[in-house]
Design a protein. Structure first.
Length: 215
């Protein structure tokens, strides 16, 4: 079981391996041009859904890697210059994943994992933008106690509804997975039941129906 990270605990200095000091905008108060580093680099992917897919390979061919960023400023630069989630065409998805994790079940980081998921009806179109933004901020801000469990998130536009999913590295223990689900709801301000689905069920590779939780 992964151990929870204390909120606000900052691994950057350890990772740097020396006594490096934090760099902030105040480091250069004249030029005021220092960017705020994220804990990790994140990659935004897009797929348009498009034509009916017949194989894992053709599904993957639809995936486009848009950009990787590792600062707060670059995140907002991307966010402010791409289509909002509710402007995507039906069938399309944005995927935001830690750099190095492909947004697919087959990636080793996802292969034994699953997703916390909820749907909104189409008439709540604008709400999905807020939920997607709060989800991305929770991810890049590494706000989850079981941070190592978080692989990424996906927003999906479909006919009549939209869907948001938080992908985790594993499906348990139950206590940990449910904790992540409850924290996800709190961080995005969601007041409805959400469901956990193991990827093995979605991919039908050994679907077993267990590890299905609700919070
Ligand atoms: P989906 O978009 O996650 O489900 O997957 P949805 O929205 O219920 O279905 P849709 O038809 O309305 O889009 C749709 C299909 O995309 C799956 O049945 C797979 O064929 C393919 N697919 C999706 N994902 C996330 C993966 C993946 O990670 N790997 C592979 N190989 N195929 C995937």
């Amino acid at each position: 079981m992964a151990s929870p990270r204390e909120h606000g605990q900052q691994p950057v200095e350890e990772a740097a391996g020396d006594q490096q000091e934090y760099t902030t905008v105040l480091t250069d108060p004249v030029n005021f041009n220092v960017k705020h580093p994220l804990f990790s680099s994140w990659t935004l992917w897009y797929d348009h859904g498009g034509k009916r897919l017949t194989s894992a390979q053709s599904w993957e061919q639809n995936l486009k890697e848009l950009i990787t960023f590792d600062t707060v400023e670059d995140f907002w630069g991307v966010y402010n210059n791409i289509a909002k989630a509710n402007e995507l065409q039906s069938g399309a998805n944005y995927h935001l994943f830690k750099k190095g994790i492909r947004p697919m079940w087959e990636d080793t980081a996802n292969a034994r994992g699953g997703k916390w998921v909820f749907q909104l009806q189409k008439q709540r179109g604008a709400d999905i933008n807020d939920y997607w933004l709060y989800t991305m901020l929770a991810c890049i801000g590494e706000s989850f106690e079981y941070e190592d469990e978080i692989c990424g998130a996906v927003v999906s536009l479909r006919k009549g509804f939209s869907r948001l999913a938080l992908w985790t590295r594993s499906c348990g223990p139950r206590e940990m997975t449910e904790h992540i689900g409850r924290q996800f709801k709190g961080l995005v301000g969601l007041n409805m039941q959400i469901e956990f689905q193991p990827h093995s069920d979605a991919s039908k590779s050994g679907a077993h129906g267990k590890d299905k939780y609700v919070v």
